[in-house]
Ligand binder design. Structure first.
Ligand code: G4F
Length: 325
């Protein structure tokens, strides 16, 4: 029988790669999108344009439990991947009420609706390294205590506990992936990797003079987004539900990323990068770096790309945006 998957956040970087993976596996793929995305599909659905007609989109709102129940009853999924969230890490706390409400409630609504109408459905929850936040030890693994420092991380810790609770109290097959940064040509422009790549390409083409960045010495554990959606899928194919850290186990600085991206275009980044305090975040004493040993051991997961390979792919794809217009 054809398996049915329901994805929240299907039009985002991870949702679109997951849709590709599941279609290739023969799944019937359903996605939840907001009405505004349908109305502005050229922009808001661009990551899934290439699978138009092969995925079924449902208009629903993650803050409206009735619309979620209606979708779940219509689809009756075998697997549900909950990827949608306010995911830009805000340290200003300006949006804390809406981030907390949206991220926590949507997870709770989905779990409650699935438990009621299709309890056999396997559930994946997108956790984040931001749950570890201001860590005291590095690398982090599944036993490292959470200490979120941004409201986004607080909301993700709450979702993680909801998932664990539904697994332990109700016997649902519900898992959390604690994912470190993962990048690709489909990354949003607000994140530092895409900002660097798109600026470097625009500078090379004479469309921009410089780029303003924050702390070039910040470290990140950057992996390849398609590898991370593969990890999500593996978690839901496992014998038993569990939570896993997904990471590369190595960190690089923003400066290294910038140097490599500009280097791909034969540019010296020092001539074009300006430092702007508005992009600085509170300094990290201990770097966020994940230990993927458990998912490697239990599920056979491994990454397929190094950071320089990811950067090269992002630069090549960004250049194509201009040359194929
Ligand atoms: O690309 P970023 O904005 O990603 P961040 O904050 O690490 O969050 C991403 O990864 C998390 C872990 O997987 C997710 F939970 C989250 O949803 C998101 O996907 O920033 C990366 C680093 C930071 O240290 C930041 O301080 O880059 C540094 N940075 C330096 N200059 C900058 C800039 N970040 C941004 N966005 N813009 C800059 O100009």
């Amino acid at each position: 029988m054809t398996k049915k998957a329901l994805i929240t956040g299907i039009a985002g970087q991870d949702g679109s790669y997951l849709a590709d993976l599941l279609l290739a596996q023969g799944y019937e793929v359903h996605g939840i999108v907001r009405r505004i995305a349908i109305e502005d599909s050229a922009h808001k659905l661009k990551n899934i344009q290439h699978v138009h007609g092969r995925v079924k989109l449902h208009v629903a709102s993650l803050d409206n439990v009735l619309s979620l129940i209606k979708t779940i009853r219509e689809v009756m999924p075998d697997e549900c991947y909950h990827l949608a969230a306010s995911s830009f890490v805000s340290y200003s706390f300006e949006d804390e009420m809406s981030i907390l409400n949206n991220n926590i409630n949507s997870t709770h609504y989905l779990l409650a609706a699935l438990k009621e109408f299709v309890p056999r459905c396997r559930f994946y929850y997108a956790g984040s390294s931001e749950m570890f936040g201001a860590v005291e030890t590095s690398p982090q693994d599944e036993r490292t205590p959470f200490n979120p420092r941004a409201i986004y991380g607080v909301s993700k810790v709450a979702g993680y506990h909801l998932v664990k609770n539904y697994r332990q109290q109700y016997g649902m097959f519900a898992c959390s992936g604690i994912l470190y940064n993962h990048e690709s040509p489909r990354r949003g422009y607000e994140f530092v990797t895409r900002k660097i790549v798109s600026s470097a390409v625009r500078i090379k083409l004479g469309l921009q003079e410089s780029v303003s960045l924050g702390n070039l010495d910040a470290h990140r554990d950057w992996g390849y987004a398609p590898d991370y959606v593969n990890a999500m899928w593996l978690m839901l194919q496992a014998q038993d539900p569990d939570d896993y850290v997904v990471a590369t186990g190595e960190t690089h600085t923003v400066r290294e990323f910038v140097e490599t991206a500009f280097g791909c275009l034969d540019l010296d980044y020092r001539q074009y990068v300006k430092i702007d305090p508005q992009f600085f975040r509170p300094a990290e004493q201990v770097p966020l770096c994940g230990n993927p040993a458990k998912i490697a051991r239990d599920l056979g997961w491994k990454r397929t790309r190094t950071l320089p390979e990811i950067i090269r792919e992002m630069v090549t794809s960004e250049l194509e945006l201009y040359t194929t217009k």
